[in-house]
Structure formats: structure tokens, C-alpha cells
Design a protein. Structure first.
Length: 237
């Protein structure tokens, strides 16, 4: 991505009502622990963030309430043998992962970041930033999922999900027995997983909340996934 493509004003505003943020994810992880799920991987959106207009959007950090929410989620996690976090290189994702892990009752393997967990498919940030400004996020993402965007602007969804799935498979292969793996990323990647992995057409579900999760785990020979909107279903990575 060229440097001059990285500078665009942030769209949106900070949420004022954060009641219940993280509750569903804490409950989901507790259920995975109680059921004895094998080496669960939990993919979540970062915590509540700032919306400064002078930054490239990916540079906007967590807000103070967002930091508190991340710590609170960590404190409520059950005790697997260890927690290992992965994240997008974006600072708000890295910080979310580190705050959750440090507040948890588990030993911490440390955080690793990778570009495959970022919005790597945005190839021309200036063009996409312009669409976001003039048409809005829903219209921009709908155009992407429906194949109406120039591939030079955004890598098509079927190629993008292949890269993301491959990274998640590698992360799962790296997991130690008894470990909880937490992957912190962005709402657009949860949209990608919902649409291309769980099969919900874009627009069929609300925007992913802060700290909303999608879980992947092994049950015998079967790989399963679920999120707040889908019961467990068989998937492949």
C-alpha cells in the first residue's frame, strides 16, 4: 500500500452506550471450557476505540472505556492451560489482545501479529476511503461482496477468505494442547468470516459489536464454528 493511500479521515463516532460489550464472548468462552472443546480459537473484534479525524483510521487507538472493557473480559475468562493471542498489527488490536491476556487467570504465551489478520484486502485506501465517505460502509461492503468493486481497489472476497482461512489454520496448528487461542482483528474480517465461512449474505446481520466473537474448535474429527448469530456448524479451513 502506497504511503499516499494511507491518509484519509476517519468516519463514524464513538459509541456512548457500551453496556454488555464482551458479555456474550465471555459466556461463549466459558461454554467452550465447560464442554471440553479441543484447542478453541476465538476470533474477536477489538475493543471500543477512538475516532480521531487526523489519523489513518487503522492508527486510531482504543478509548479508555475500551481498555476497561478488554481488562474486564480477561478477568472473566475461565482458566485454560494457557492463552496465546494473535492480532492484526493495528495498535488497537494489539492492545486489546495484550490487555485481555494479562487480565486473564491463565499463563500468557505472548502476542503475535500478522498482516493476514489486518484489512489486507484493501489495495487502494484512497479509493475505498472515498467510497466510505460518499456512499457509506454498508454500500461499500455490499459492492465488495457482490463483486462490483474493482479488484485493484479490494481483493475479491473469495481470494481474501482463502488467505484469512489459511492463516487461521496455521495459527491452530501452532496451538499447544489445552490452550485458548484468541485472535483480535477488525469488524470487516468478522463480516468476511460470517459471509464466506458461515454463509450469511452481507446485510443479513448487524455490524459486529466491539469484542464480538466467532469461535472455531475441534469435536472429534469435525471442525466446528459458531458466533452469536449462528449455531455450531461444520466448517473447513
Amino acid at each position: 500500500m502506497a504511503d499516499d493511500d494511507r491518509h484519509f479521515a476517519t468516519l463514524g463516532a464513538a459509541r456512548t452506550n457500551l453496556d454488555g460489550v464482551g458479555d456474550g464472548t465471555a459466556e461463549l468462552i466459558a461454554q467452550l471450557h465447560e464442554s471440553g472443546a479441543t484447542n478453541p480459537l476465538v476470533f474477536i473484534r477489538h475493543s471500543a476505540r477512538e475516532y480521531g479525524t487526523t489519523f489513518n483510521d487503522l492508527d486510531n487507538p482504543l478509548s479508555e472505556p475500551g481498555r476497561d472493557l478488554a481488562r474486564s473480559l480477561g478477568e472473566r475468562l475461565p482458566s485454560f492451560d494457557a492463552i496465546h493471542t494473535w492480532s492484526s498489527p493495528s495498535g488497537r488490536c494489539v492492545e486489546t489482545a495484550e490487555l485481555i491476556a494479562r487480565a486473564s487467570p491463565m499463563s500468557v504465551r505472548g502476542n503475535r501479529s500478522h498482516s493476514d489478520l489486518s484489512v489486507f484486502y484493501v489495495r487502494n485506501m484512497r479509493k475505498i476511503g472515498g467510497m466510505l465517505k460518499h456512499e457509506g460502509a454498508d454500500a461499500t461492503l455490499a459492492a465488495w461482496f457482490e463483486g462490483r468493486l474493482d479488484p485493484a481497489w479490494m481483493t475479491p472476497p473469495d481470494e481474501s477468505i482463502g488467505r484469512l482461512k489459511a492463516r487461521l489454520a496455521t495459527i491452530r496448528d501452532d496451538a499447544a494442547d489445552g490452550q485458548l487461542t484468541l485472535v483480535v482483528s477488525h469488524d470487516w474480517n468478522l463480516y468476511l468470516l460470517r459471509t464466506m465461512l458461515l454463509g450469511t449474505p452481507f446485510g443479513g446481520l448487524p455490524q459486529p459489536e466491539y469484542l464480538e466473537a466467532l469461535a472455531i474448535w475441534q469435536d472429534g474429527d469435525t471442525l466446528l464454528a459458531c458466533d452469536p448469530h449462528h449455531p455450531a456448524r461444520e466448517i473447513s479451513l
